[in-house]
Design a protein around this ligand. Structure first.
Ligand SMILES: [Zn+2]
Length: 76
């Protein structure tokens, strides 16, 4: 699996709709690719923010983690 394929499958991965075989190949690539790992982390944060904008309830631990992230981003 190359980077382009990983990016294409990222939404499916986050939604848990990948087949077991695809998920294994996806995670194998992520484990060895800094760029895709960073992109995946960014996607996770973005999806949480989008969920918040849509006024979906966010479990408290996730919200705390998000607030913590914002606090860190504001640091010089
Ligand atoms: Zn990659």
């Amino acid at each position: 699996m190359n980077c382009r394929q990983v990016v294409e499958l990222m939404t499916d991965y986050l939604e848990g709709t990948l087949s077991a075989a695809d998920r294994a190949r996806f995670e194998e690539h992520i484990a060895g690719c800094d760029g895709c790992r960073a992109y995946l982390a960014q996607m996770r944060v973005t999806r949480r923010l989008v969920g918040r904008l849509a006024d979906e309830p966010i479990p408290e631990p996730v919200e705390r983690e998000l607030l913590e992230a914002f606090r860190n981003w504001r640091l010089p």
